[in-house]
Design a protein around this ligand. Structure first.
Ligand code: SF4
Length: 269
């Protein structure tokens, strides 16, 4: 069921990102946060609606209208992310095509990858110029504790979905890994094997530094959240820049895949 029309703009930014440069964000989810994960570090706060079924949340016409207000789109890219998991939006493919045609800018999608086994999701995402897929752990127990997916998701299913998508995708594929603590040798070795099998164009290693509010704050979509004094903010103990760099260097040396981590000034953007 579609959400009622809201005057809130579904386009936000520009957002400065270490991965995409200066980018406008499109939110295909809307005022209520909806995701198939409920990551412990999510900057949106606790996800308000957990689901893994696709639906149309925001009409494409509304996003078209909101995007028009940002003409002439003086940005490097358009990024679909926003208030949850963008592949849950049934009109994802339509939004991507509309944004490409309207802005003549590359369109990227940040996804948790949970729906990548679905051929229709693969087809929709396949239209994006760039896709970044989240893979935060290689041990099922740890993965479950960090990403807290809607049952009955499993880590092998996620890997299979990423590999299936990889086989048909012609754009730029990045694997994005959020480190919450330093990884042991066995985990790093497993990760290297997976990256060799998936062969992404790029690997991005990051760590959470953004505060997590105790409620959904819409402005947390961008990188200048507007919290109220009554918001309780949870902060994570991030791994150091040195640990990120060591992991990044090691993965790149072992896989020969370009691997990046943010500079200290741009951590988590
Ligand atoms: S996948 Fe993204 S939007 Fe969903 S809970 Fe995790 S960090 Fe938040």
């Amino acid at each position: 069921m579609a959400q009622p029309h809201t005057p809130i703009s579904m386009v936000y930014g520009p957002v400065q990102s270490w991965r995409f440069g200066r980018s406008l964000g499109i939110d295909p989810i809307g005022a209520i946060s909806v995701c198939s994960y409920n990551c412990v570090y999510c900057q949106l706060g606790t996800i308000e609606r957990l689901q893994s079924d696709r639906q149309c949340f925001v009409p494409t016409q509304q996003i078209h209208h909101d995007l028009q207000a940002f003409a002439p789109w003086d940005v490097d890219a358009i990024t679909l992310s926003g208030s949850g998991e963008p592949t849950l939006a049934l009109n994802l493919g339509e939004i991507i095509t509309m944004a490409q045609q309207m802005t003549q800018r590359p369109v990227g999608v940040l996804t948790n990858g949970s729906l990548l086994s679905d051929p229709q999701v693969q087809q929709d995402l396949g239209q994006a110029d760039a896709v970044a897929v989240k893979l935060d752990a290689v041990q099922p127990t740890l993965w479950g504790r960090i990403n807290r997916p809607v049952a009955p998701a499993s880590l092998p299913e996620l890997w299979d979905g990423i590999q299936a998508f990889r086989q048909g995708y012609k754009g730029h594929l990045a694997i994005q890994t959020m480190m919450l603590s330093p990884w042991d040798e066995a985990s790093q070795a497993t990760y290297v094997q997976l990256m060799q099998a998936i062969a992404p164009d790029e690997i991005q290693i990051n760590t959470p530094t953004r505060a997590q509010p105790d409620r959904h704050v819409l402005s947390a979509r961008g990188n200048a959240p507007n919290y109220s004094p009554s918001d309780s903010l949870r902060r994570f103990k991030s791994v150091s820049v040195e640990v990120l760099q060591q992991m990044s260097d090691r993965i790149q040396a072992a896989t020969q895949i370009p691997t990046r981590c943010p500079s200290p000034a741009l951590l988590s953007r």
